[in-house]
Design a protein around this ligand. Structure first.
Ligand code: NAP
Length: 361
């Protein structure tokens, strides 16, 4: 089958022979059933140099373990975590080169492990793969049954594939401020969502409205109409002075909560806009905000950092139902054919996607 990998670290001369290394990777996987560890170790000792971001390889279809299902992938979505791992965010633990990235996939089950009881061959599903294993940027992937849910009829693979990381992150951030998503309850809290045009932000705005919050959102000028259409009560252009200061133009009230999904927004900008017991939930890898989180642990106004999310099957089912009922939609930035997966990669890395970047197999 065809897959894309983070290439091994190459020397400049290796780079010119990169397709040979890809073939080598495939042969070694066939021979051993494991990653090409020997080749990778040798390559790691060599000097790094610029290289292609993803590399095409032909490798065997993975075999399924008893608690897994084999999915023929129809669509996958790229998240910043995918290329952040490639760039070394989780070093020295990850990545192990070469590595098939991407965790969010939608497709059809073509084989079910012996211990599975819930899912069967032919089911259209959505799966969140373990981020340390990846595997999604491939024609087939062995996925854990525990993180795979059936897709309701009428929900496309593209719409489903956007959900796992971004949707679950939005749900978790909102749950952490006590949001109920029934559209009737809730406290009517005043909530700011930054980078509302991004993968997480587009879901967060819609979910916050289902939670009956008053939502102020920030995004660039080109996305203001879109973010309004998602339900935001007020939208600020982050390139204007008011937008940069995060201040509402329509309300004198300060924010009870800020869901920060923009990694270049600092605690010092958010703190003055919070109510006296206001709280920031920050999902971004911003080092300064990590320090602020420690310093404000016992303060009245505080910032908490949300680590890699731990939600799973129940919440994925919940999100799928919302999409199926038309209460939540996936905003699609772009759909790249599989052979152009590297373009999707670059698009996500650029940091200017509007909604989700999707690869279609
Ligand atoms: N902790 C976790 O579990 C977790 C999970 C998922 C994501 N994350 C992190 O959360 C962040 C967002 O993820 P994502 O998938 O939503 O990213 P994304 O889709 O790449 O976000 C891109 C969007 O952000 C907008 N943006 C950038 N800076 C902005 C600013 N200062 N103000 C307003 N909008 C801004 C861009 O608008 P323009 O094009 O107009 O600039 C673009 O539309 C990333 O840093 C990611 O690593 C963390």
């Amino acid at each position: 089958m065809t897959a894309f990998i983070y290439p091994p670290r190459l020397t400049c001369s290796d780079n010119r022979r990169s397709s040979g290394i890809a073939r080598d990777y495939g042969r070694r996987r066939r021979d051993s059933g494991h990653h090409a560890r020997g080749a990778v170790h040798r390559l790691r000792r060599r000097r790094r140099c610029p290289q292609v971001s993803l590399q095409h390889v032909e490798i065997p279809v993975p075999s399924v373990k008893k608690h897994e299902v084999l999915i023929k992938v129809e669509a996958a979505s790229v998240n910043p975590i995918d290329w952040s791992i490639q760039k070394g965010m989780l070093r020295p633990f990850l990545p192990k080169f070469p590595f098939i990235p991407v965790t969010d996939v939608a497709g059809e089950i073509v084989e079910a492990g012996s211990a599975g009881h819930e899912l069967k061959v032919g089911d259209k599903v959505l799966s969140k793969l373990n981020f340390w294993k990846g595997g999604g940027l491939a024609e087939y992937v062995a996925a854990p049954e525990s993180l795979t849910v059936v897709r309701p009829a009428g929900v496309s693979a593209v719409d489903a594939a956007g959900l796992p990381v971004a949707g679950l992150t939005a749900v978790k951030a909102l749950m952490s401020i006590g949001t109920k998503f029934d559209g009737i309850g809730g406290t009517g809290a005043n909530v700011l969502i930054t980078a509302a045009s991004g993968g997480v932000g587009t879901y967060a705005v819609q979910l916050a409205k289902l939670g009956n919050h008053r939502v102020t959102a920030t995004c660039g000028a080109r996305n203001m109409d879109l973010v309004r259409s998602l339900g935001a009560d007020e939208v600020l252009d982050y390139n204007t002075p008011q937008g940069a200061a995060l201040t509402s133009l329509a309300s004198d009230e300060k924010y009870d909560y800020i869901i920060n999904t923009a990694k270049n927004v600092n605690w010092s900008a958010m703190k003055p806009t919070l109510s006296s017991r206001g709280r920031v939930v920050d999902i971004t890898p911003n080092p300064g905000n990590y320090v602020a989180a420690m310093l404000t642990m016992f303060a009245r106004k505080k910032i908490t950092m949300m680590a890699l999310m731990s939600l799973g099957k129940e919440e994925m089912r919940f999100l799928m139902e919302l999409v199926g009922e038309g209460k939540l939609r996936t905003v699609v930035d772009s759909r790249c054919p599989f052979e152009k997966a590297a373009e999707a990669w670059e698009k996500s890395m650029g940091g200017h996607a509007t909604g989700k970047v999707i690869v279609e197999m």
